[in-house]
Design a binder for this molecule. Structure first.
Ligand SMILES: Cc1cc2nc3c(=O)[nH]c(=O)nc-3n(C[C@H](O)[C@H](O)[C@H](O)COP(=O)(O)OP(=O)(O)OC[C@H]3O[C@@H](n4cnc5c(N)ncnc54)[C@H](O)[C@@H]3O)c2cc1C
Length: 472
């Protein structure tokens, strides 16, 4: 990496104007560390352009001077992709001033927004037009559209609507040489060669800077049914999902797994939560169905699914939310699952996926292997089982030394990722590679795939200035 000269920094500052950069160390701090404090970096400057032209001007100067750029949205990414290295030889380019709505086309069911728009603001805008944008993640108040695209974010409704990749029709991108590609097409059909926008979705800022996107809008649901069910095991949960999909005709929007020990953590540490059932059970699911039609039809569909589940002894007990407040309380158990692990000590995080049909095998094998390595470890396996994606988080044995436990991170991850890989799975289902998994992925992807990724990187960013050291 080149040291950035004062002349270069002055040119960048001039390109964005006084409001467009931060150089004061105190104000820079928030842009330099990521949510889990895994990485705390340094930067020569934080740049905050307000238009695509300004982004292009900054990137043009960086290309000319071989200056490395770290694109940043809401900085909620969990793999260190949005923060600079410790050297101070990079600039952070934050999109947080670019949050305009460029167009709404209701007949086409699309909205065109700038990359720095927070996801929650996009939800509000869609609702104002009686539409819905289905990407739902717990970080949506801060995470931005540009970050969502760059990480191909998943979340709670992938089962029905797909990942972010499936919600995008067009993008505008500033390429690593400063050229602007205007690919803001709102077409659902366009078979004219390679689908270039998909290159930038999930690229974690390594191929260019997304400045705007055309996104799909959907009808706003008029009815929602939410159930919390104790199930006989993970395999039973998967069977129940099959019944729900069949009986509802594709109306299942979320299907999330919760282990008892995770529920115990939530009840212990999160105020205002309570166990919806009298008896304790080992596994639960939270299931949501939505429909564009108001009325009680959906509720009776859900009752039918739970009834069949009970009859076949897949479901042991179930609660159906009677109101929005009750539904929120049930969801709180799921949404507090990450937060509630912190007060329990060290936690080794994994974000794996396997085919839904192998979910039970994965959890069984990975649990046994980690328990053998660390007796007394507490396995919290929870999340998007309907997409074959769980967060498999071994939590330290009660009373054990936190550092001793976390020192075993790599050994534990090798076991967990090895099993996921053997079952045809992925070591990063949602969060990407960033800096955290950049090396590790080379053990799991075929050399040919890594080679193709490197060739793409070299073709688009031959100087290697776009988020270097991340992804590939
Ligand atoms: C509490 C919590 C819950 C979460 N839940 C989920 C979940 O359910 N599902 C899920 O998928 N993720 C989840 N995440 C992870 C994270 O919120 C998502 O990855 C989100 O999409 C990141 O958006 P961001 O704007 O914060 O991006 P950032 O963190 O700023 O950046 C992420 C990556 O994208 C790049 N980038 C950002 N903006 C641009 C741009 N405009 N152009 C090019 N590159 C860019 C960055 O360089 C970085 O590599 C969660 C995180 C937290 C803290």
């Amino acid at each position: 990496m080149n040291r950035i000269s004062d002349i270069t920094l002055e040119r960048i500052k001039a390109a964005v104007g006084r409001r467009g950069f931060i150089a004061e160390p105190g104000e820079m701090a928030a842009y330099l560390k990521e949510p889990r404090d895994l990485y705390i970096g340094q930067a020569a400057l934080i740049v905050r352009p307000s238009t695509t032209a300004e982004v292009a001007a900054v990137v043009g100067i960086c290309a000319e001077t071989k200056t490395s750029i770290v694109p940043q949205g809401g900085n909620t990414g969990l793999v260190g992709g949005s923060v600079p290295f410790e050297t101070g030889d990079e600039i952070v380019l934050s999109l947080n001033r670019m949050r305009a709505i460029r167009a709404v086309d209701l007949a086409n069911d699309t909205i065109t927004v700038e990359a720095g728009m927070p996801l929650a603001a996009l939800h509000e805008e869609a609702e104002r037009h009686d539409r819905m944008f289905p990407l739902r993640i717990a970080s949506e108040g801060t995470a931005t559209v540009g970050g969502n695209l760059s990480t191909n974010a998943g979340g709670n409704a992938v089962l029905r609507y797909g990942n972010t990749r499936e919600l995008v029709l067009g993008v505008e991108v500033v390429l690593p040489d400063g050229q602007v590609w205007n690919g803001l097409r709102g077409l659902r059909k366009d078979n004219t060669g390679y689908d270039l926008k998909q290159l930038f979705i999930g690229a974690e800022g390594s191929l260019g800077i997304i400045t705007a996107a055309v996104l799909k809008l959907f009808p706003r649901p008029r009815a929602t049914a939410t159930a919390f069910a104790a199930v006989a095991g993970v395999e039973a949960a998967v069977e129940l999902l099959g019944i729900a999909k069949r009986e509802s005709g594709g109306q299942v929007s979320s299907f999330e797994l919760l282990p008892r020990i995770g529920v115990d953590f939530v009840l212990r540490h999160i105020p205002g939560t309570r166990d919806p059932m009298q008896a304790r059970h080992d596994w639960y699911v939270i299931m949501e169905m939505t429909s564009g039609r108001a009325g009680d039809e959906l509720r009776s569909t859900m009752e039918g699914v739970l009834g069949e589940g009970l009859e076949r002894e897949l479901v042991l007990d179930a609660v159906l939310a009677e109101s929005d407040t009750q539904a929120k309380d049930l969801w709180k158990l799921r949404e507090s699952m990450s937060e509630s692990q912190r007060p329990e000590g060290g936690s080794i995080k994994h974000d794996i996926s396997v085919p839904v049909s192998l979910m039970a095998t994965f959890i069984e094998r990975a649990t046994a292997a980690v328990e053998q390595l660390i007796p007394g470890v507490r396995i919290i396996a929870f999340g998007h089982i309907g997409d074959g994606n769980v967060h498999f988080n071994p939590s330290q044995p009660p009373g054990a030394d936190r550092k001793w436990f976390l020192d075993q991170w790599h050994e534990v991850s090798d076991i967990v990722h090895g099993i996921a890989h053997e079952l045809g799975g992925s070591i990063s289902a949602e969060h990407g590679l960033g800096r955290l998994k950049r090396e590790e992925i080379t053990h799991y992807k075929q050399p040919l795939e890594i080679d193709l990724m490197r060739k793409l990187k070299e073709a688009l960013d031959p100087q290697g200035i776009m988020n270097p050291g991340k992804v590939v």
